[in-house]
Design a protein around this ligand. Structure first.
Ligand code: ADP
Ligand code: MG
Length: 454
């Protein structure tokens, strides 16, 4: 094959020259210089990077550039595999067996196989009261796929709380421990797309073979099945066939399935025959643990005051926590500085929302109710009338966003509701903000009014 005759170092230096032209010198020396090319075979390029963080940074920010440059130099885009250096002896590009001293990152398994990402494992899924039960149930399913009562297992929760991580961890565990042979992970969108393509092209036989011939089927984000009737129908049959054969089905969803308005009743009743469990927003203790563990994984020292500061201020979800950490590490490493509390405050200024100590929950309630034209006492009363519920949820959400009151205190201001009601309200509003531009604008407008009032 052509690529065998290409000298790897030569090729890489051509790539590096190109990259150097495209990025600032600091970026180049921080992120690209340390890369060591190891192997090019079977249209795969293996490169070594200094840390997991380094890998994630490149994947997130420079993947396109890397692919473009490789395309120019090689005339095709190889699959890029990363390894990280586990000890200092491993730096020669000539190591014969890349697996030996390196930890392979990235990468799905072989093309068109399980579609799992090896990054998502149970070992690096950090546990707290918010996700303990869901993790235990997932592990039980991974130990004995199709053999527990948890079939299907459905995990639901808001964005960034670990649904994809958890259900892929099941897949990876099953593969690694050889608990089952055929595993397939798919997003509901991909499932839909495959189905539509099958109808348009070859007919559905190949599609059925792909999805009904597995031991474990993991379907992510099933909320996207809503309003897709034919896909739901197909999914229903796939589900039944697998279930009857004792195969394991694992699903994730961004809300409780009973709230999926136009999902067929018969599907929902199938889900109820297994186990439905949720992932909640992590509490402070868990957020601290997550940041500590992630820093450890990357071999990076972060003072505990910084960890506590980030954990206290980034309260939304785990993805945002990771984002804050990555931003922080990038700034520190680009500027060659230690991570101090000062630096953290500066770097995360725009992520961390300004919280106002003068703002009372009553002011928020008053402004929200005036805006929505609702009598203010109603948000503190028992009524479940739709417009009151919305006003109540918006007020709870803004109280959490804009003040430092504990969830429990916020709940008490709404006629003695408990903290889980507040969490639910916040998630509902966040989902709505993410989905409806118009609604997001309304919330911004209310926020502005509140800010003017204080
Ligand atoms: P979701 O699918 O619910 O939107 P993801 O599974 O994509 O969320 O998680 C977002 C990010 O947070 C991922 O990088 C994931 O690895 C990380 N993450 C989520 N939960 C945990 C956890 N309990 N421990 C460690 N990392 C987590
Ligand atoms: Mg996800």
């Amino acid at each position: 094959m052509q690529e065998l005759s290409i000298n790897l170092e030569n090729l890489w230096s051509q790539c590096i020259l190109e990259i150097e032209k495209n990025v600032p010198p600091q970026t180049f020396s921080t992120w690209f210089k340390p890369i060591v090319p190891l192997k090019l075979f079977d249209e795969k390029l293996v490169i070594q990077v200094p840390s997991r963080f380094h890998y994630e940074w490149i994947e997130e920010h420079y993947r396109n550039l890397l692919e473009k440059v490789l395309l120019d130099v090689l005339s095709y885009v190889p699959e890029i595999q990363y390894t990280i250096k586990l000890d200092d002896h491993v730096h020669s590009p000539a190591i014969p067996e890349i697996q030996q001293n390196t930890l392979q990152l990235n990468g799905s398994y072989k093309k068109d196989d399980t579609r799992l990402n090896l990054r998502y494992t149970f070992e690096n899924f950090i546990e707290g009261s918010c996700n303990q039960f869901a993790k235990a149930a997932s592990l039980a399913v991974a130990e004995a796929p199709g053999k527990t009562n948890f079939n299907p297992l459905l995990v639901y929760g808001g964005v960034g709380l670990g649904k994809t991580h958890l259900i892929q961890a099941i897949g990876n565990y099953v593969v690694q421990k050889g608990k089952a042979r055929r595993i397939r992970y798919v997003s509901s969108e991909k499932f839909t797309l495959d189905f539509i393509t099958a109808i348009q092209n070859s007919g559905t036989a190949a599609f059925s073979k792909l999805y009904r011939n597995v031991d474990v089927l993991l379907v992510d984000d099933i909320q996207f099945f809503v309003n897709k009737e034919r896909t739901q129908e197909e999914f229903f049959h796939t589900f039944n066939e697998l279930h009857q054969k004792g195969k394991q089905i694992v699903l994730s969803c961004d809300r409780p399935p009973s709230e999926l308005k136009s999902l067929e009743k018969r599907l929902i009743s199938r889900f109820n025959s297994g186990l439905i469990t949720d992932l909640q927003v992590p509490d402070l203790e868990t957020r601290v643990a997550i940041l500590q563990r992630k820093a450890e994984q990357d071999n990076i020292q972060i003072p505990s005051e910084v960890i506590v500061f980030v954990a206290s201020n980034v309260t939304t979800n785990i993805r945002d926590l990771e984002g804050a950490l990555i931003k922080l590490l990038a700034h520190a490493s680009l500027n060659g500085k230690d991570i101090s509390l000062d630096l953290t405050k500066r770097v995360l200024r725009d992520i961390i929302k300004r919280k106002n100590t003068n703002l009372s929950i009553e002011i928020i309630q008053r402004i929200v109710c005036t805006y929505l034209d609702i009598k203010e006492d109603l948000v503190r009363a028992k009524t479940r009338k739709k417009e009151v519920v919305v006003a109540r949820q918006i007020s709870m959400f803004l109280a959490k966003e804009m003040t430092n009151f504990a969830l429990k205190t916020i709940g008490l201001h709404f006629g003695g509701r408990d903290h889980s009601t507040v969490i639910h309200a916040c998630q509902t509003i966040e989902n709505k903000i993410n989905k409806q531009k118009y609604f997001a604008e309304e919330i911004e407008e209310i926020k502005r009014k509140i800010e003017l009032a204080i």
